[in-house]
Ligand binder design. Structure first.
Ligand code: 5GP
Length: 118
């Protein structure tokens, strides 16, 4: 079974303003900011303000607000970075590659012919 939500994780600290981030969108429910180690230029992270460890323990009501925002940001990133495609990644638990334990979605611009790994 998985651990509980840690309110001192790095994205919780970003939400509290305790560590800096390059914010690109914010509303009452969510924040989007640039990934500090982008897989491609324009790589964003989208997080809900309510803490959950990942999608497995998230409130479905939180999830249902996030997807339309992810769609909007995917369009914005696609336009801003003239991307041919948009990769949306989301990892749950270390076995699946999760390293920060506050639910987040990656939005990553992709360009035709660039390959999936930079
Ligand atoms: P994941 O848990 O989805 O595998 O990876 C976490 C993501 O968060 C990585 O892409 C990593 O570059 C990003 N990340 C980790 N620490 C920070 C940070 O302090 N600030 C920002 N903006 N991104 C971070």
């Amino acid at each position: 079974t998985n651990s509980a939500y840690d309110a001192n994780n790095i994205f919780a600290k970003i939400l509290k303003g305790e560590i800096p981030s390059v914010k690109v969108y914010e509303d009452d429910d969510a924040l989007a900011f640039m990934d500090v180690m982008p897989q491609a230029p324009g790589h964003l992270l989208v997080i809900p303000k309510i803490g959950s460890r990942n999608i497995l323990d998230a409130d479905p009501a939180v999830l249902s607000k996030l997807l339309p925002l992810i769609q909007k940001l995917a369009h914005a990133v696609k336009d801003a970075f003239e991307a041919d495609g948009i990769l949306i990644n989301q990892f749950n638990e270390p076995a699946a590659g999760q390293t920060v334990f506050h639910l987040h979605f990656h939005i990553i611009p992709r360009h035709q012919g660039m390959g999936l790994k930079p």
